[in-house]
Design a protein around this ligand. Structure first.
Ligand SMILES: [Cu+2]
Length: 130
């Protein structure tokens, strides 16, 4: 009876140890593989006017946070949004604005000005991630 108890507790301990190792492995894999939404992976700098961004094609190395700086050289207010990402950066004429956007995964994103008529007039571009 004594031996049986000892065996059972040994087995139980081993199972717990294995479960712990698996959980740790998953946690580490989750951290590395996804890139995480809290990692600043890139910085982009754009100029805006009526009605275009320069450059219109930008790239960051992978998903995560991207710091965006927009210098508005136009006569009216412009903004900057990334389709598929939260947030909007508003920039008044002759000022420079900065904001951080979180890009969820690798791919090609359209960024654009949401002031009425601006995107249709050509105020948009492409952000490539990864
Ligand atoms: Cu605009």
């Amino acid at each position: 009876m004594k031996e049986m108890n000892g065996l059972r507790s040994m087995t139980g301990r081993r199972v717990a140890a294995v479960a712990g190792a698996v959980a740790l492995g998953l946690a580490l894999a989750g951290c590395g593989a996804s890139g995480g939404s809290g990692t600043v992976v890139g910085e982009i700098s754009l100029q805006a006017n009526e009605f275009a961004y320069s450059p219109a094609q930008v790239h960051i190395s992978g998903p995560g946070q991207v710091k965006v700086t927009v210098k508005n050289q136009g006569m009216v207010e412009h903004d900057f949004t990334i389709e598929g990402a939260q947030g909007k950066l508003l920039v008044k004429p002759n000022t420079t604005g900065t904001s951080t956007f979180t890009v969820p995964k690798a791919g090609t994103y359209t960024f654009a000005c949401t002031v009425e008529g601006h995107k249709a007039a050509g105020m948009k571009g492409t952000l490539t991630v990864g």
